[in-house]
Design a protein around this ligand. Sequence first.
Ligand SMILES: NC(=O)c1ccc[n+]([C@@H]2O[C@H](COP(=O)([O-])OP(=O)(O)OC[C@H]3O[C@@H](n4cnc5c(N)ncnc54)[C@H](O)[C@@H]3O)[C@@H](O)[C@H]2O)c1
Ligand SMILES: [Zn+2]
Length: 375
Amino acid sequence: MFAIWPDIRMSEHKIKIPAGEAGAYKITVGTEILGSVWPQIETDFGRYNKFVVTDENLVSAGHLEKLLDSREVPAFVISPPGETSKHINTVISIIEAMEKAYLGRDTLVVGIGGGTVGDIAGFAASVFKRGVPVVHIPTTTVAQADSAIGGKTGVDSSMSKNAFGAFRHPAAVYIDVATLATLDERQYRAGLVESVKHALIADSDYFDFIENNLDGILERKTEVLERIAHLNCKIKGVVVETDPGERNLRRILNYGHTVGHAVEAAGKYELLHGEAVAIGIIAAGLIEIEMKLAEHARLDRIRTILEKLGLPVKLPKDLTENSLIDIIKHDKKAVNKWPRFVLLTRIGQVYSRGGQWAVEVERLIVEKVLRNLQE
Ligand SMILES: NC(=O)c1ccc[n+]([C@@H]2O[C@H](COP(=O)([O-])OP(=O)(O)OC[C@H]3O[C@@H](n4cnc5c(N)ncnc54)[C@H](O)[C@@H]3O)[C@@H](O)[C@H]2O)c1
Ligand SMILES: [Zn+2]
């Protein structure tokens, strides 16, 4: 399935976005490939001037230096790193820095970092001079599994998350799983939830692989991480190719996210996204049991994996059922103030009803499940 390059340990995926978009883009996966990424970018995008977007932690971890190898490339280093900088003001500063560097429409933006950097870099690229291409080099478990693939970009307003956004499919993605070695343990574990989610919605063999390789995953063994990166690209790639504009199938990627987002917001973002989604995945499993789509044994398997990854599987004590219901009603995908839920018929298979992948669930069931999650 994957073309392995014999000389360097790189291998590729292609994501074909339908005509009218940027065309097929390549995802390269490997270990310790950062040093050979820039020559590859020069080969593939030689006619473009390059502009790098990154954050301070990528600089201090030495990843930017490995990528650029003393090349003089104009760059914007986001400070402070993390969500507080994922604001429209940062995009303004980046665009002005690009102008000061005399860059024009023949610019390629290269984002190296986590989802924050990727979302900011992708959005800046989508609006600079009415749009220039972007290349992602994701360096977190979230970014490698999720944000770098799929073309969603965005930054926050002072009112809400991702208030400004655009679809901007990358021109290429380079995943070096060795960069994960320097990621903070909590961030590392929380980000793995997106991989568990991919396995749950699309591939029971992948789920078995995670179950059987938890030690390797926690030890950040690169051969295990490469396999995971490939499977994530394959699964998210197929979903994104089929539904690039998020009309129906793409909703399956939202598994565990309806309750997850509510837990994240109700907890005032003290839980990391992946931690909140872990609770959301348990909520989805409990709903499946209530709706006779699952037996307890299936949820027990999932819970065991999440617990071994050190993730929460119960609501924090201070979150009440009512506060969550209130937020759930404001879910951006809600219809008549009630969201749709993505559910599983079995591990690797999403439940669909009437051709829809996100389905209505009775309010009483959701309330009962939220109460169960508190105990
Ligand atoms: N566009 C999408 O489809 C999509 C999908 C999921 C998440 N997101 C967005 O992604 C953001 C979260 O991304 P994230 O979880 O990657 O967090 P992040 O980008 O904020 O990174 C977390 C922290 O780790 C640091 N870091 C990154 N890589 C590192 C490395 N290799 N070594 C050491 N430190 C490193 C960062 O500087 C930051 O402090 C959110 O804003 C979310 O909305 C977008
Ligand atoms: Zn998510």
